[in-house]
Design a protein. Sequence first.
Length: 610
Amino acid sequence: MLRGLIVRLRRSKMRTRLLLLFTMLTLLPLSVQAMVTYRHFSSTLNDKTKQYTVDIAGQVNANLDRLLKDLERLSLMPLYDEQVLSILAKYDGPMGSGTWALSDDYQKMKLYTSAQAYDRPEIRGIHLLSNSGTLFSNVEPLAVNTSWDGSRDEWFSALDQSDGEWIILPPHHPSYYAGSDPSFYISVARVIKEPRTLRRLGYMLIDVKQGAFGSAFSKLKIEQSTNLMIIDGAQRLLYEQKPDNGQSAYGGLMGSGLLKELHGGERKRLGGTDYLFVSHHSPYSGLSVIGLTPIGAILKESRALMVFALWLALFCLVTVLLLAYAVSYRITLPLVELKSNMSRVERGDFNKRVSPLGGDEFGQLGRGFNRMMDEINRLFHEVLVIGLREKEAELSALQSQINPHFIYNTLESINMMAVQRRNDEVSDMVSALGKLLRYTIDKAGRLVSLGEEMAFVDSYVRIQQIRYGGKLKVHNDIEEEVQHLRIPKLTIQPLVENAIYHGIAGREEGGTIWVSALRFDNELLITVRDDGNGLEEEELAALNREIEKDPSMDSLRRSDEESLGLRNIGQRIKLLYGEGGSLTVDGSPGQGLAVTITITIPESGGEEDV
């Protein structure tokens, strides 16, 4: 179906194509812009909502920290009051054995707890409990029991095991309240110990109304559909700010078992609704404030933007269709006239010219057509000239082949003159130079036998020995069985040159170079060693790192002086043999350098290229 549509489009008129083109050029950017704008706006709105919810959770935790720090300080006050400690010590004994307190003790403790609870509407009661269960409280006598057995309530065991640290007890209904008080309270409690002996004297419980935790949300602008919860380290719910629908999300989170796995900024689906989950943890109290905001509430503004973008795109589409029809008709009219003139050219009339159609693009097209016809006629006449130039190029190529032979003949003439005049050193240098030129020019291939390469090295060394006199000594140790192996051309000579110029050239006493090649298992080891100045350990490490670099265009930009250096040779070995070839440098200060080339030998051996 798609192929048929393409075929029909190719056969359609230019007017139809232009109409479709204008339509697509309008729809495409509008669609992309609408999509990008919608996604960007939605993403930005989602990020801002997430950050705003996190900020709210952080502010709630800050409010809670202030409240809990005040309550913690309050729970420490009995430790600094000797009278309170002495009264608690008088009613020591097993839990549940406590009885009525003496009237004088009761009044003193009543005054103490009432003073602590003064002007604190968030506190339901402050209670001091002895080990035996005798209870002192600021609450009116008829509303609280004077003695109480803590072992009857499960929540009391957490306080009994706290060992003096203040703890937060989740919402519970204390049984020490008399009557039918159905309210649940959150308690800040602590075990009271004698400061000197650390002996337990009793307990202090501060019952806080749940509304006190709700006040932490006051004066905060919260999305009406957002659910905020306060949970402790054991993931027990302390307080929940429910959305408008009044549904609790704590049960759904605990039921899914994912509350421990969720992190801030994730999306979670609960009860068929997608929520944005954020969390803020207080390191001081160990409480976490969790926020759940429906994704639909976040995206309601972006949906309105999407609807507006769709209506705008529809309006633009209708407008463009009308304009495209008018413009395409105007454009195609002069093209029809140009097509008529070109049809005569297609029948073989190359001398046909069209009249310019004006100063616009169509006029330029007509003039270009005329120039094209003139160029075709000109090209016919240039064919003969090009043929003649090709013959001239062939003659130049033959001449370039003659030049090396001219150089060789000239060097041979100089050599003969040196022999006639018995100047042996000049004769040796000219002969060696001739061999060098023949080796570098005549060898077209990039691989030569090791024997040929060593012959080239010997010619180079001969010239250098004449230059340096008796200061330069070179020893070759080449195994016979590796002479036939083929290696990259110009591999060993640059290493010898490097040893001469960088290791020996500056020394008055000269030096010695050892060139060795041997076969070790399936590897060919070629080593060029000198007794020159050597390098420091850091310089050696840097040099080996430079050699190990991957070949790149950077090597092509290096200077001519460095083009056959160690890095160049190392890159050639790596390019030709990959992991089967390497170049390493070793040595020490004052002991010279040793450059080793390692090349893997094919299993077939023989005359195979290494």
